[in-house]
Design a protein. Structure first.
Length: 280
């Protein structure tokens, strides 16, 4: 029996796989529809702006994917499923299959919607300000590294608890909780130092907490903005990210990149050892 086919079959024979696909398609359609309305109100809307809209809308799909992937990886939560897999495959095969399947699937879903928006945007909107291929490829590389970190993080959290719910809550706590706590600590620090009026884009330059958080692996997700850098952005030396203008720098979030490269294999190894030692 092919474990790869079995994993995909289990996903797409239920509502999970098709719902994920539908959410990313909807994010693409929504970004195009909103772009059309913006274009009618203020002509000159670019296809790069449509891509930025898509990346914003796809956050819902990413969170849904998070829940579905953690549920699938936490196979020990279902006794029958655990016995079936453990008696037929090695733990190395099981975890490697889940890691590869959900990593590849996450990239296909996101970039499927991305390129759909790209093609539609070029046909419907202003395409005179083209996207830089070099910056896109660099952004693609960083996005893949960040995606690999998130999958290994899900493997790790699933090895802590047997149940999918507890594993998902821990993953969300890491995924969402750390940035929220970090932002709160930065604001408290700035308030205590009389720098509370400092704009967010300058936090990294003045806040000690912000500088520490630059090493947090999830910070690498900020490099998503490189996927839609245009020629005019290069000329200005600035890129737009969620309404903030950030200086274009290939070393942007390099600390987080190092953390991802180092922590991903460690998380995967710890997860494998914990799953291997766990009794059925």
């Amino acid at each position: 029996m092919n474990l790869w086919k079995m994993e995909l079959s289990h996903l797409f024979r239920s509502w999970r796989g098709w719902t994920l696909l539908g959410v990313f398609i909807l994010a693409s359609v929504l970004s195009i529809v909103v772009g059309i309305f913006i274009e009618r109100a203020t002509p000159g809307f670019s296809y790069a702006a449509a891509l930025e809209l898509y990346m914003t809308c796809s956050i819902v799909g990413v969170l849904l994917f998070l829940g579905i992937a953690v549920s699938a990886i936490s196979f020990d939560g279902n006794r029958d499923s655990s016995i079936f897999l453990r008696t037929r495959f090695s733990m190395k095969q099981i975890l490697l299959t889940k890691l590869v399947v959900y990593f590849v699937l996450s990239e296909i879903l996101f970039f499927g919607g991305f390129f759909t928006t790209l093609v539609a945007g070029q046909l419907l909107f202003d395409s005179s300000d083209t996207i830089s291929l070099n910056w896109f490829l660099w952004g693609l590389f960083l996005y893949l590294i960040a995606g690999l970190f998130y999958i290994t993080l899900m493997l790790f959290t699933s090895s802590i608890f047997r149940g999918a719910v507890a594993s998902l809550l821990l993953t969300l706590a890491v995924f969402v909780g750390v940035p929220l706590i970090g932002t709160t600590l930065i604001l408290v620090e700035l308030l205590m130092r009389g720098l509370i009026e400092t704009p967010p884009v300058e936090w990294e330059n003045v806040s000690y907490v912000a500088r520490i958080l630059l090493w947090w692996p999830a910070a690498l997700s900020d490099t998503q903005m490189f996927l839609s850098v245009t020629q005019s952005d290069i000329a200005k030396g600035m890129a737009n990210y969620f309404g903030q203008h950030i200086e274009l720098d290939a070393h942007f979030r390099s600390n987080a990149l190092i953390s991802c490269i180092v922590s991903s294999p460690i998380l995967a190894l710890v997860a494998w050892r914990r799953f291997s030692r766990r009794e059925i």
